[in-house]
Design a protein around this ligand. Sequence first.
Ligand code: XMP
Ligand code: MG
Length: 176
Amino acid sequence: MRGKITDILFDESQINSRVAELGAEINADYAGRDIFGVCLLKGSIIFCADLVRHIKVPIRVDVMRASSYGSNTESSGSVKILQDLDIDIAGKDVLIIEDIVDTGRTLHKTLELLTVRHPNSLKVCTLLDKPSRRVEEIDIAYRGFSIPDKFVVGYGLDFDEYYRNLPYISVLDPNG
Ligand code: XMP
Ligand code: MG
């Protein structure tokens, strides 16, 4: 079962222009500094790939993977780091690149883990924000779009690993 794609929330051109705007904001804020980008796998791969091509300040990118969902659409309370960074972030200006902040549990735990490694700064850039489901408070420095409480797929976001390839972001009806 792959569910059913229903409403398109953001099409390719809306995404492209918003990602370019985020890049411009980041360039202005980090002028004169290097960025250490952390791409949170797997949902952020497409967003990260597009965003970094708008970054004009020196940037390095590493990847990290934390478990999020126990089942397909329901967040689990316990979060595990499945793959850690290769590089030490002490003293670095770390920018986390995330696909979506939902309950905030995954990111909260990830931020806790990275904070104790003493980065110079630690900020969050997320493409999507689903604030209605927040359990852990998260300080989001860069936000692409706020969305209602709907399960969405596309542009890196999946349902059972499908739909990451869609160039747009759409609501998915898991039972459709
Ligand atoms: P929490 O609840 O910890 O979850 O903030 C964040 C992670 O859960 C995934 N997630 C989604 N994935 N459509 C998806 O394809 C959604 O609507 C959705 N909501 C949350 C995602 O991996 C995110 O990093
Ligand atoms: Mg994610």
